[in-house]
Design a protein around this ligand. Structure first.
Ligand code: FES
Ligand code: FES
Length: 174
């Protein structure tokens, strides 16, 4: 299939690359552009490891065609922050043990960032719902919820309902 020149706006920078029309956004990010933070964890759109923000909304890049997102604002986990300039979400996962093997962590961070951007004071149920499309094999989810709480507390906006100790029940898989 012939390649087309497309422009992808990623983490605030425009990248112009030649891609096949059927090139997946995840493959373009990881293999063509070196944004390896997004992971491939499944073959059936169920794990959330590949999530990126597209115009502020979480999207599974493993089922998105890169060419469809020309001129959209794409944010990968690398775009949240870096050494010396961590986002509060990244700090939360680092401080509260939300990342163990770390494979799922970029997807959880992206989902958390999207949640806090649209709802800076979520309840625990709203956190569970927002993260319900992401799977973790390691943490049992409690540390992940604690990581989100840490990020909320960094902003001084934690709600009383979120302060309650979360249960260890894993979120439903969508
Ligand atoms: S790799 Fe995209 S949902 Fe699992
Ligand atoms: S930290 Fe290992 S899969 Fe989540």
């Amino acid at each position: 299939m012939d390649k087309q020149l497309i422009r992808l706006r990623i983490n605030g920078e425009v990248h112009e690359i030649a891609l096949s029309p059927n090139r997946l956004l995840l493959d373009a990010l990881r293999e063509d552009l070196g944004f390896t933070g997004s992971k491939r964890g499944c073959d059936d759109s169920s794990c959330g490891c590949c999530a990126v923000l597209v115009d502020g909304t979480p999207m599974l890049s493993c089922v998105a065609l890169a060419a469809s997102y020309e001129n959209c604002k794409i944010t990968t986990v690398e775009g949240l922050g870096g050494p010396g300039n961590l986002d509060s979400v990244q700090e939360g996962f680092a401080e509260m043990g939300g990342a163990q093997c770390g494979y799922c962590t970029p997807g959880f961070m992206i989902a958390t960032k999207a949640l806090l951007d649209r709802n800076p004071n979520p309840t625990l149920d709203e956190i569970r719902e927002a993260l319900s499309g992401n799977l973790c094999r390691c943490t049992g989810y409690m540390q992940i919820y604690e990581s989100v709480k840490y990020a909320l507390e960094r902003h001084g906006s934690i709600s009383s309902s979120v302060r309650e100790t979360p249960s260890t029940q894993a979120p439903a898989v969508r």
